[in-house]
Design a protein around this ligand. Structure first.
Ligand code: PRX
Length: 662
């Protein structure tokens, strides 16, 4: 296998399979309809024009997708770079766009969420736009009665429930800033974030369901907020009915707070730049980073990108499996689909309860048409075998999606075949908490290559720079950058100007000020298809050559016996780093020395000699974040005998014990 000039192995870029989209889909999709209207002859021409004329493009999108109380006078203001402002002078509110305007348009009876509880003996429930409108108004009045005003921070530590979205919307409505923390986080993790943003009110629930059984959550919220002076009230949703500790001075039930409140509440007319939320990124080191997002941008790009990439139409049934506590949930379970007036499936629980057929069963019963999940889930289901999807009718699916990490070709092919009988294209979307919306992704008319996220979306000038700020030619790797801003971009780190500039803007400031450094590496093949290689800090240096951990992992999981893999670098006197692989085998495959050898040979043949793992270790499990990302940092620390740090926020802290010392 040849090495690129940067030393990046080119295994993925030699992909020759191209999947053409079904003709009817390509022809009728929302994105192509727009392109045709504009007179573009090809997708390439359209993407190029939209990048070059990005302000004109976003101006049109802002007018198409959002309703404004008062029109903006300037599309974008870069005078305070890197603190870009969008839609200056405009007055807007994302609640108005997500809910209120649909009521005004007479669409209140449409189902916004079809909620499916995890316990199979509980009834499923539809939440219409009208119901959400009324409950949010009452809740917003309730928040006001607790003294919450515009600009106050409200922390939300709740499970995957429609009420969680309603809590977000109630904050948005009155101009309070919400800050969700995934409910699987430890109380310490939650407390640090509440303290950082100095929340006035906290939302939580009595508990949640795990594997069908009620588990407490309120005690963790109490523990987290103990001693935090800013927190005046804790609003508790009754979800499980389990007993919870109670403090009359502070605690108030969600249902009691809204009882007797008026179902009318005036929506605050906000400046486009007024903050909508703070979301802390999982941050592999030190203090979490509080990423701030603004109302104006959030009224535009989640809806527009969802409309274009996933082609949502009036009768589609959209299912994004992400928890609403993550950015994917913010943009594509809450704001995006609501702004489009779509119907979204919300499933409370895990994909393997009561068995591995749960997701397929939901798709069959709800006739889900567009399905969006993460590679880790695809691989987990792949490990269970094709017999599970084969039991269900999944023919309703017309588009699939993926996010969060590279979707390796093996999983890609399996996903296409088993979720949609090879007839639905996969939209592999690259984006981040910081971007707020998809940035690099196919559109439904794009011919797709397995493992590739295709090209930057219209309106983005995303490209790849070398260390000096030169755009790298096709075939070479470098840093993903956005040289031009976009509406739902991050606005700041909460109270941390220094780190904000350092992490995202300093790198190319001298050569190209205002260039956003994403923190990921990528390459493009000869046809311009993008392949994301992983985080900057997750790139190995072996004998002076850069090899992305994700690429070696992708090679390993392409082997027929491998289910998942984590690759780390072990310090090596001669090579700098040696590659060490931790591998989970598929069901019924036995670990052996011969298999370890075979895997090394497999990597050699797919990636070249530089990428051969010096060691292959078989493990039963790998530590993961709650969003499903393998924590290489923790694997590495454990394997090298270093402190693993706080592992309480992991989905499976016990997996750490199974990582051998190497
Ligand atoms: O490394 C990229 C990876 O996930 C990072 C962003 O993580 P987070 O802010 O938690 O948001 C996840 C959901 C948007 C990126 O820097 N990533 C995201 N999507 C992809 C991806 N890596 C490869 N392919 C993707 N499609």
């Amino acid at each position: 296998m040849a090495e690129g000039k940067t030393g990046t192995t080119k295994v993925l870029m030699e992909e020759t399979r191209i999947f053409e989209p079904p003709k009817a889909l390509a022809e009728n999709c929302n994105a192509w309809q727009w392109a045709k209207k504009k007179g573009f002859k090809t997708e390439k021409e359209m993407r190029a024009w939209c990048g070059e004329h990005y302000l004109e493009f976003w101006d049109e999108m802002a007018k198409t997708y959002a309703d404004w109380y008062k029109p903006y006078t300037k599309v974008m203001d870069d005078s305070g770079m890197p603190y870009f402002k969008w839609f200056t002078g405009g007055k807007v509110n994302v609640f108005y766009n997500a809910i209120e305007r649909h009521i005004k348009a007479g669409k209140g009876a449409k189902v916004a969420y079809h909620f499916i509880p995890e316990p199979t003996d509980q009834a499923e429930k539809d939440y219409t736009y009208q119901e959400i409108y009324e409950t949010v108004n009452k809740l917003a009045n309730g928040l006001k009665s607790l003294g919450v005003v515009k600009g106050d921070r409200v922390s939300i530590y709740m499970p995957m429930l429609p009420e969680t979205v309603m809590a977000m919307l109630a904050c948005a409505k009155i101009g309070a800033i919400h800050s969700l923390v995934f409910s699987g986080f430890s109380s310490k993790g939650f407390g640090d974030r509440v303290d950082d943003c100095q929340a006035k009110v906290v939302f939580t629930s009595d508990g949640f369901y795990r594997r069908g059984k009620p588990m407490p959550l309120k005690p963790q919220a109490d523990e987290a907020t103990k001693g935090i002076q800013s927190v005046k009230n804790v609003i508790v949703l009754k979800r499980t009915g389990i007993e919870v500790p109670w403090n009359d001075a502070k605690d108030v039930w969600f249902h009691e707070l809204i009882k007797g409140q008026s179902a009318e509440c005036k929506t605050e007319e906000l400046d486009a730049e007024d903050r909508l939320f703070i979301l802390y990124t999982s941050g592999t080191t030190g203090k979490p980073k509080g990423i701030e997002h603004a109302h104006g941008g959030y009224c535009v790009t989640p809806a527009q990108t969802l409309h274009w990439v996933f082609d949502l139409k009036e009768n589609d049934v959209w299912w994004c499996t992400a928890d609403v506590g993550w950015i994917t949930g913010h943009s594509y379970v809450a704001y995006g689909p609501l702004c489009l007036g779509a119907t979204t499936i919300m499933y409370e629980g895990s994909p393997d309860f009561p068995d591995f057929g749960r997701w397929y069963k939901i798709i069959q019963e709800q006739k889900v048409t567009v399905f969006y999940t993460a590679p880790t889930a695809v691989r987990m289901l792949m490990k269970q075998g094709e017999e599970w999807p084969a039991k269900y009718d999944l023919s309703s699916i017309r588009l699939l999606g993926s996010v969060g990490e590279p979707l390796n070709p093996e999983a890609y092919i399996w996903y296409r075949k088993n979720f949609a009988y090879d007839k639905a294209p996969i939209m592999d979307t690259w984006w981040q908490t910081e971007t707020g919306c998809f940035v690099i992704s196919p559109l439904p008319m794009t011919p797709c290559k397995p493992g590739s996220v295709a090209y930057p979306l219209p309106g983005f000038n995303t490209t790849i720079y070398d260390e000096e700020g030169n755009e790298v030619p096709l075939g070479e790797g470098g840093n993903i950058v956005n040289p031009t801003p976009w509406p739902s971009m991050l606005r700041a780190f909460y109270k941390d100007e220094v780190r904000y500039k350092k992490e995202y803007w300093d790198m190319y400031w001298k050569v190209k000020p205002g260039t956003y450094l994403a923190g990921d590496k990528a390459t493009r093949d000869k046809d311009g298809y993008w392949f994301v290689q992983g985080r900057i800090d997750d790139v190995l240096s072996v004998a002076g050559h850069r090899i992305a951990n994700a690429e070696v992992e992708s090679s390993l999981v392409a082997h027929k016996d491998v289910s998942e893999a984590a690759v780390i670098g072990k310090p090596d006197e001669i090579k700098g780093e040696a590659i060490i692989a931790f591998v989970i085998l598929k069901k019924d495959v036995k670990p052996s020395d011969d298999l370890a050898k075979e895997l090394k040979t497999h990597v050699r043949t797919t990636m070249g000699p530089l990428a051969i793992p010096a060691g292959v270790y078989f493990v039963d499990d790998l530590p993961k974040t709650r969003s499903g990302k393998i924590m290489r940092r923790v694997v590495k620390a454990k394997a090298l005998g270093n402190p693993t740090g706080d592992t309480s926020a992991l989905a499976n802290p016990e997996a750490v014990d199974g990582i051998p010392l190497i």
